[in-house]
Design a protein around this ligand. Structure first.
Ligand code: ADP
Ligand code: MG
Length: 153
């Protein structure tokens, strides 16, 4: 599948949140975002920006213990964190496939744990810390071919 890539560089958590708000503007009901990156790469920070973009009534926090948080807004954000998952099938017990069909936005941290259950048109976002500069993050969007126009790349 042809893919388009676009890389952003942010210099603070606030800039990553702003990028999340920006991305929220071009998402559509049913979109799935897979956020790859090590601990502290900024996955939850980016998700907070997405939730703000959908005018969620509370700030997004890490669902590390609950595995899923739900943020109602102009679109409902379903925020999964698969860090603690050992067997990919655990995500099915949480109703993952039903969430995919709810017409909201599904965001997944540690998506590599459930790769086989991600839909084909998943939007992948890779976050990397800079080796030399603490607050710098490189954030690369990988978009299915048909979406690059919305994202302006
Ligand atoms: P993750 O969910 O990937 O583990 P978090 O978003 O919870 O990461 O944490 C990122 C941490 O890095 C926060 O403490 C945040 O303040 C800090 N940070 C510093 N610079 C940035 C940046 N450019 N983008 C995102 N977070 C940043
Ligand atoms: Mg996190």
């Amino acid at each position: 599948m042809a893919e388009y890539r676009k890389t952003y560089r942010t210099f603070s958590a606030g800039e990553t949140t702003a990028l999340g708000r920006h991305i929220a503007q071009v998402l559509k009901p049913g979109d799935v975002l897979a956020l790859y990156g090590d601990l502290a790469a900024g996955k939850t920070t980016l998700t907070r920006g997405l939730a703000e973009g959908f005018q969620a009534n509370q700030p997004a926090t890490s669902p590390t213990f609950t595995l899923i948080n739900e943020y109602p807004g102009t679109l409902t954000l379903y925020h999964f964190d698969c860090y603690r998952i050992k067997d990919a099938r655990e995500i099915l017990y949480l109703g993952f496939e039903e969430y995919l069909d709810m017409g909201g936005i599904v965001v997944v941290e540690w998506p590599q744990k459930i790769e086989t259950y991600l839909p084909e048109d998943t939007i992948r976002i890779r976050l990397n810390r800079s080796e030399s500069r603490d607050d710098v993050r490189e954030i690369t969007l990988e978009l299915p071919e048909e979406r690059h126009v919305n994202f302006g790349c």
